[in-house]
Design a protein around this ligand. Structure first.
Ligand SMILES: C[S@@+](CC[C@H](N)C(=O)[O-])C[C@H]1O[C@@H](n2cnc3c(N)ncnc32)[C@H](O)[C@@H]1O
Ligand SMILES: [Zn+2]
Length: 271
């Protein structure tokens, strides 16, 4: 896959173009990044461990398999089709995690799908399975893609870097940003409220910043509550940063039988 999309990439160290030599990408200044067996590339080999560990991404994969976020995929697919013409095919998923959205949005549409994440573990999981998308480890602060190379940018529950988004997006490229609203996973926060410093969440700050940085062409709430199996509740509790620092194994989650998803989708162009 890397062969066909190589012109979209640039060296994160010097901005130079890449050439593929054997199983490496090499720029004119000889900065070299190896292509792993699954086809992914690590552009941040010095990266240290973070909150986002392998177990967390495995829990995320289980939650996605259970269909908890399937309605979100439907809304994203509809909105991408509404706002981006079919002949603008390059999708970048910034902070893609284990690649659920990268692979699933607009499943019927032919696209060049690129996902990147700071976590090597996430990228390793994402790169498993059919090679319909390209995944790499990279930092939002320095996206290894050429200027104006992308048409659609997904920013899903990941901190944004609007300067880099503006650089890599085509002039009419569109950002689809998802952020939690007040009701997001409220049942889990209620179950852990005695352990949380703040069990309330209000997306107001994010919204203000989004509006400073983007000209919005759309904004909608995605809100639903669905019944969930105990196993899914456990994996949701393990994956969400909202319960960061809480010992999930010691938490009594038996009363949680349904889960609320409550998110805002911001659609816009970076100012
Ligand atoms: C809450 S997760 C969301 C993952 C995915 N977008 C999803 O919704 O399933 C946030 C992700 O952002 C990634 N991340 C955080 N800081 C990053 C950075 N500076 N560059 C790239 N990825 C980053 C984390 O590794 C993590 O996978
Ligand atoms: Zn270089």
């Amino acid at each position: 896959m890397i062969n066909t999309i190589l012109p979209l990439f640039r060296c994160p160290l010097c901005g130079g173009e890449f050439e593929k030599r054997d199983s490496s990408l090499v720029c004119a200044k000889r900065h070299t990044f190896d292509i792993a067996r699954q086809g992914s590339v690590n552009f941040v080999p010095q990266q240290k461990e973070s909150f986002y560990k392998k177990e967390l991404f495995e829990s995320r994969a289980k939650v996605f398999e259970a269909g908890v976020f399937a309605p979100v995929i439907d809304v994203l697919t509809r909105e991408i089709d509404r706002h981006v013409p079919k002949d603008r095919p390059v999708l970048l998923d910034a902070g893609c995690g284990e690649g659920y959205y990268t692979k699933a949005v607009c499943a019927q549409r032919e696209m060049t799908r690129i996902g990147f994440d700071l976590s090597k573990e996430a990228v390793k999981l994402a790169a498993k399975g059919p090679k319909t998308s390209f995944f790499c480890a990279a930092d939002l602060k320095n996206i290894p893609l050429a200027d104006h190379s992308c048409d659609i940018l997904l920013d899903i529950f990941t901190p944004a870097n609007y300067a880099e988004f503006a650089r890599v997006l085509a002039p009419d490229g569109v950002v689809f940003k998802l952020a939690p609203r007040a009701g997001y996973l409220k049942e889990l926060r209620r179950a852990a409220e005695h352990l949380l410093r703040r069990s309330e969440y209000d997306g107001g700050q994010v919204e203000q910043y989004v509006k400073e940085k983007m000209d919005l062409i759309g904004q909608l709430a995605i809100t639903y509550t669905l019944p969930v199996a105990p196993e899914t509740v456990y994996h949701l509790a393990r994956m969400t940063p909202m319960l960061a620092g809480v010992d999930v194994d010691a938490l009594d989650l038996s009363a949680v039988t349904q889960i609320t998803i409550d998110e805002t989708l911001y659609i816009g162009r970076v100012k």
